[in-house]
Design a binder for this molecule. Structure first.
Ligand SMILES: NC(=O)c1ccc[n+]([C@@H]2O[C@H](COP(=O)([O-])OP(=O)(O)OC[C@H]3O[C@@H](n4cnc5c(N)ncnc54)[C@H](OP(=O)(O)O)[C@@H]3O)[C@@H](O)[C@H]2O)c1
Length: 250
């Protein structure tokens, strides 16, 4: 029988790629995002739940909606703060933290509690090297991801007694289509090579990076596969695909 995977944030970006690649590799995939299904890539083999993870009722009803706890859970959904940090209301802040940290935590606890001990579940938590770099603009996002990282460690302790493993996939700047398009436009405007503009962007956005290209979605998928294949040994692991951006000692 096909193994079951659940991918949050599957309606766009990296999550859409992960859901589609898992389905292509024979997983029975359920994805989740906020936009209507008609506005998603609509990949064959991916069932879609339209739901808002900032709402408590979504998190409460998801275990029943999913039925059996999936064999693989990928917490990928992300809420980027909608405005400059100085303008965020308490409700905005609450929503960012719910989507990025609290929903994955609560949902993982509930899904693990609902699963028989005989079945192993891998949980992959997508995180960001941004958590190491807080300034006035990025601090809220960074703090939500830092909270997610600490909660993931707490989940790893829970996993020990629940026949499950939770690992962090810690990513650096991704080659998401919007970013690539922006860089392409800048390169065309200046009449320079796109690869050179990307190198300049990476050097400026994070001077510690040792990579000169954005991280491609496929490398992220292969990392998810690797973590899932490791099974129990991946519990508590941090798989860093981040261009070395947090420095050599971390
Ligand atoms: N992009 C980067 O350079 C980068 C770098 C490091 C780490 N990461 C991490 O990689 C992951 C994917 O990032 P991305 O840039 O690919 O994201 P993205 O393209 O902005 O997509 C975010 C996904 O999350 C969903 N989402 C947002 N708010 C939601 C909510 N309230 N309820 C349910 N779903 C919600 C979105 O659904 P709708 O659009 O349908 O609302 C969308 O499917 C994130 O965990 C991010 O932190 C990204």
């Amino acid at each position: 029988m096909a193994k079951r995977a659940f991918v949050t944030g599957s309606s766009h970006g990296l999550g859409a790629h992960l859901a589609s690649r898992l389905a292509g590799d024979g997983w029975k995939v359920t994805g989740l995002g906020r936009r209507p299904e008609a506005e998603t890539p609509g990949t064959a083999g991916v069932d879609y739940i339209q739901a808002d993870l900032s709402r408590p009722e979504t998190v409460e009803r998801l275990p029943a909606l999913l039925g059996e706890t999936p064999d693989l859970i990928v917490h990928n959904a992300v809420s980027y703060p909608p405005r400059g940090a100085q303008e965020l209301s308490l409700a905005d802040l609450d929503s960012v933290f719910r989507v990025n940290a609290l929903a994955p935590y609560r949902l993982t606890l509930d899904l693990l509690a609902a699963k028989p001990d005989t079945r192993f579940t891998s949980v992959v938590v997508v995180n960001s090297e941004s958590m190491y770099h807080a300034d006035r603009d990025s601090g809220v996002y960074a703090a939500s991801k830092a909270a997610l990282r600490v909660l993931t460690t707490a989940l790893a302790d829970v996993c020990r007694s629940r026949n499950a493993g939770v690992a962090t996939l810690l990513l650096g700047p991704l080659a998401d289509p919007d970013k690539v398009e922006q860089l392409r436009r800048v390169a065309a405007g200046r009449g320079v090579d796109e690869a050179e503009i990307t190198r300049i962007f990476l050097r400026k956005s994070n001077p510690d990076l040792v990579i000169e290209e954005l991280i491609d979605f496929e490398s992220c998928y292969r990392s998810v596969q690797y973590i899932a294949d490791l099974g129990r040994a991946a519990n508590g692991m941090v798989c860093r695909l981040d261009g070395g951006s947090a420095g050599s000692l971390i």
